[in-house]
Design a binder for this molecule. Structure first.
Ligand code: PHE
Length: 344
């Protein structure tokens, strides 16, 4: 005879002690568990007792099921009591942020968009023609070596030459002229540029932003006024600019743009000593000039009707020259050091 009471007592004992409710459930309610064994045994029970035997097994099963559910809840509650302390501060997961140069580029683009410049970007992988020839730099011109360009291993094109990683955003000048076809042109071209240099002021991949303005009667005063507007908006009202004669193949006349140093107030002296940051009161910022007639021609624009100016700045350099920035090595911007990037 089956002793139901003994089974029930054993179950009561097991459930009291158990910490692993699933194991207990398998032991009693699983396919080869105690209840199923009892059901299988029904064959051996004499006919007249089969009904009451079946009832007893069912009662036992229902009661075991119910008690297991109660215990399961109890254990779950205990677990959360142990692991959940609502007075502990929550875990905060690290939030990503934009790269500081991305912020800088947005700021620069906004400043120029306010005065009607259209933001564009042109290919990073560019034909030699747009990077040099169209900019008045014939094949044998020594200035072409100065750029120390990355050349791509690709068959040469008869008209456009080899493929290069664009060494400057000036490559976009004639592309923009061809796109717009008829001036006025007010372009701000922000794109990645590549030159094989690596030191505290150079990285092989960097950004430039190129301004280009072409219309009737455009002259140097428009150029100076625009750069002045940018410098005051980006660096602050008390900063001044100056144009210093220089040479570029694609502008004539050409200048370098200097911005007055914030540290010494443009005097070059700090406490009667040479200013360490600028040494002269001025910091070199960009190349600029009036667009060379040959460049206008290459862009399909008649230099007798139109004139223009162009400039090329590095946003990295601009950002590093902001008064609150204390970055003395450009490479920190691109070496992916999270301790640096987290500060932005
Ligand atoms: N492309 C020049 C450079 O990379 C800068 C420049 C742009 C100069 C436009 C004049 C006009 O150095």
């Amino acid at each position: 005879m089956i002793n139901f009471e003994e089974i029930k007592n054993q179950f009561d004992k097991d459930i009291k002690e158990t910490k692993e409710i699933e194991k207990l459930e398998i032991k009693y309610l699983g396919r080869n568990g105690v209840i199923n064994d009892l059901l299988k045994k029904i064959k051996e029970i004499p006919q007249e007792q089969k009904k009451s035997y079946g009832q007893k097994v069912n009662e036992l099963k229902t009661s075991i099921k119910r008690l297991i559910e109660v215990k399961r809840k109890e254990l779950a509650g205990k677990k959360s009591e142990v692991f959940f302390d609502k007075t502990l501060p929550g875990k905060s997961y690290p939030k990503g942020s934009l790269h500081p140069i991305t912020y800088t580029i947005e700021e620069i683009a906004n400043i120029f968009q306010k005065i009607g410049f259209v933001r564009v970007s042109y290919p990073e992988v560019e034909w030699e023609y747009f990077a040099f020839e169209a900019l008045n730099m014939p094949k044998d011109h020594p200035a072409r070596d100065d750029f120390e360009t990355f050349f791509i291993n690709y068959p040469k094109d008869k008209k456009y030459g080899k493929i290069v990683l664009s060494p400057h955003t000036s490559s976009g000048q004639t592309r923009e002229m061809k796109r717009v076809k008829e001036p006025p042109i007010r372009m701000i071209n922000i794109a990645k540029c590549y030159r094989p240099n690596w030191d505290i002021t150079h990285v092989p991949m960097f950004f430039q932003f190129e301004g280009l303005c072409v219309d009737h009667n455009i002259n140097i005063t428009h150029l100076k006024g625009t750069i002045n507007y940018f410098v005051k908006n980006f660096f602050g009202k008390d900063r001044e600019i100056r144009l210093r004669p220089c040479h570029f193949q694609f502008t004539e006349p050409s200048f370098e743009v200097d911005v007055s140093c914030k540290v010494c107030g443009g005097k070059g002296l700090l406490n009667n000593k040479k200013c360490k940051v600028c040494k002269s009161g001025w910091l070199e910022l960009a190349g600029t000039g009036m667009v060379h007639p040959n460049v206008l021609k290459a862009g399909g624009i008649d230099p007798n009707q139109y004139s223009g100016w162009a400039f090329g700045f590095g946003p990295e350099r601009c950002m590093m020259m902001k008064e609150e920035m204390k970055i003395d090595d450009i490479r920190i911007l691109y070496n992916g050091d999270i301790r640096f990037l987290e500060q932005f």
